[in-house]
Design a binder for this molecule. Sequence first.
Ligand code: DGT
Ligand code: CA
Ligand code: CA
Ligand code: ZN
Length: 585
Amino acid sequence: MTTTRDVLAMLKELVTLTALDEGSNQSFKVRAYEKAALSLEADGRDVASLTAAELNRIDGVGKATAAKIIELVETGTVTKLETLRAAYPPSVVELSRIPGVGPKTLKLLRSELGIENVDQLRAAIAEEKLRELPGLGETSEAKILKSIERLGLTGKDRRTPIADALPLAERLIESLTSLPEVVEAKFCGSLRRMSETIGDIDITVSSEEPAAVMGHVVELDVVDDIVVQGDTKTSFLTPAGLQIDVRVVAPEQFGAATLYFTGSKAHNIELRQRAMDRNLLLNEYGLIDTSDDEVEPVERPVVASRSEEEIYAALDMQWVPPPMREGTGEVAAAGGAGLPDLVQREHIRGDLHYHTARSGDGRSSVEDMVAVAAAQGYEYLAITDHGVDLAINGSTADEMLEHREHIAEVATAYPDMTILWGCELNIGGAGGLDYDADFRGLFDYTVASVHSHYDQSIVKQTDRVIAAIGDPTVTSIGHLTGRYIGRRPGIELDYDVLIDALLAYDCALEINGALQRLDAASDVVRKAVDRGVKLVINTDSHHVSELGRMEYGVRTAQRGWAPRDLVVNTWERDRFLEWVRSKKA
Ligand code: DGT
Ligand code: CA
Ligand code: CA
Ligand code: ZN
């Protein structure tokens, strides 16, 4: 059974592999697949149930793409994709992710030097072979080597960025949950804890019929190689080389199993100790009463096992949200003074980093972006298209003024939502901002972010961000380091100094919910929370399909122990607007 998510995953893989094949991210075919994926996502119907004619009628879906979708639905595979996968194995795709190795360079590396994986690339650099290729030199050798080292791409500690693992896991959970034998399915492990990179994906399934479930699992379209095939556990590799462990347990053990396999190991060890202190034994099957040692082990009474809530309660604890389960004080807090009043998705009243087609990289109209925000029930919204300094993506002062009129017009249809005319200011290499200060002061709300100059010293980077924090026209700082997890390291910053500045100027720190970013990172958030820095959780949406990122931003905030009251976009509208105004004054 093919789902809409399967179709979208197929198109995204075609985008990646076709770009490699054509030697460009901008080729006609690549853009056609990208456009089709966006249109189908926005369309909202169940793609697998559409006929070729219906698919063709969707704006943005061409004939060739429609044929591939039909092929996937009817046969479960797409020939073109199989061919591309054979030509570009996972180790080659991985090479293409290294900054400095574009599609053209990749072709040269393969054809001239026979390089097929990161280890071979490293060796070729060591032998100074790259500098002999056209267009490459000593500098590019050094740059590529540095990228490899920074990204930790080699060896067995290779990890997958959450942006690649989470959509895949959500798709698998959807497929598994749709099986008649499955009661419930959950992804656990580091992914449920919202780690930035994932070693492997751990899925726990609740079912009375493990053999049937395992039979379905090996048939999944993402199975490339089976590593372990047992009665209750199957481990397999995806075509990208990511390992997935699927375990089936009886429904009455589901809570104990998800608790155990969610970890972390440090959290589990502390829980087990707490159990022992109460004459209880905690394992992946349940919480067991061991107080009477006359009783045979198999006969010992199970105190709790069906749900995580029951198990924590039996240990005299609050239920601990998975992102906090890292063994860094949460067990003591949940069993003692109490966890902080953590921010939850339903507390969020507005999105404050939000693009429209006014931005060069925005892909939905003001009308559509506002409509989907209103559908979330938001009370306020800041539209923050790029300032003029961001080259082709930015807008001139005149364009921004026209945009203000346009937004005001659209806003009349939404009397219950306050729509702020904002801007994403660009923090220059030395801390300069777009426009002049008078013009910047006109915006109702601003988010200032770094989009370039990633290679300066930590001192220069810290100074540049602090210059923006101290500017009276800046309300908040967006995606703090500019990183793309697993692909581009962010700028280095002195966090203690930075936090001092955020406090001194009452500036809010963004938690960006885009999975490639999750920036500020949860460890930085926790430092900021300890000092009482104001936070804001945003989606940085550039398209109507991206609002779901709010959930990821919230989980990242929880991982940083962020309490509701420090997050300004949980505040009631009046309180929020009052703060924005007070900051400008
Ligand atoms: P990863 O896969 O490296 O990103 O990190 P995790 O946390 O997903 O680790 P993984 O997949 O090795 O194991 C999943 C969970 O199983 C882990 O978070 C806690 C539990 N677990 C694994 N090994 C042990 C262990 O030796 N002791 C305890 N108490 N728990 C373990
Ligand atoms: Ca794992
Ligand atoms: Ca595992
Ligand atoms: Zn943005």
